[in-house]
Design a binder for this molecule. Structure first.
Ligand SMILES: [Zn+2]
Length: 121
C-alpha cells in the first residue's frame, strides 16, 4: 500500500501548507484502513491525496502501452481498493475526502477551501 500511495509527495506537502494556513490541524500517521494521508480527528474526517496515475484519474490516466495487462490490473485493483477503503471508513463514521493530485497542482488554495467547507459541514 505504501508503495502506491507516495507519502510526502510535492502536491501533498503544498496542500498541507495551505490547510495549515487556514488553521486546520491534522495528523499524518494513521493506522486507519487505507492509511489516509491526513486525519482530522476533531471532525472525524480523513483525507486521501490520490495520484492521477496510480489511482486512475479519469482526466489524466493514459494506459501504458507496454505491459498493458499488468497496468490495467494494477490500477483497477487500486481503484477497487480505494472504494472498499472509503466504504469501510464511512461505515465507521468517518467523513472521507479524496483529492486528485491534479486538483492540487491546478489550485491548491481552492482545494484547501473546499476541504475546509467539507470539514465544517
Ligand atoms: Zn488527474
Amino acid at each position: 500500500m505504501s508503495q502506491i500511495r507516495g507519502k510526502n509527495t510535492r502536491p501533498e506537502i503544498l496542500l498541507r501548507k495551505s490547510l495549515w494556513k487556514l488553521g486546520l490541524r491534522y495528523r499524518l500517521s494513521s493506522k486507519l484502513p487505507g492509511k489516509p494521508d491526513l486525519v482530522f480527528r476533531r471532525f472525524r474526517a480523513v483525507l486521501f491525496v490520490d495520484g492521477c496515475f496510480w489511482h486512475g484519474c479519469p482526466t489524466h490516466l493514459s494506459w501504458p502501452k507496454r505491459n498493458a495487462q499488468f497496468w490495467k490490473r494494477k490500477i483497477l485493483g487500486n481503484k477497487n481498493r480505494d472504494l472498499a477503503v472509503s466504504r469501510e471508513l464511512k461505515r465507521d463514521g468517518w467523513t472521507v475526502i479524496r483529492v486528485w493530485e491534479h486538483q492540487i497542482r491546478l489550485d491548491v488554495a481552492q482545494c484547501a477551501l473546499r476541504i475546509r467547507r467539507k470539514l465544517l459541514r
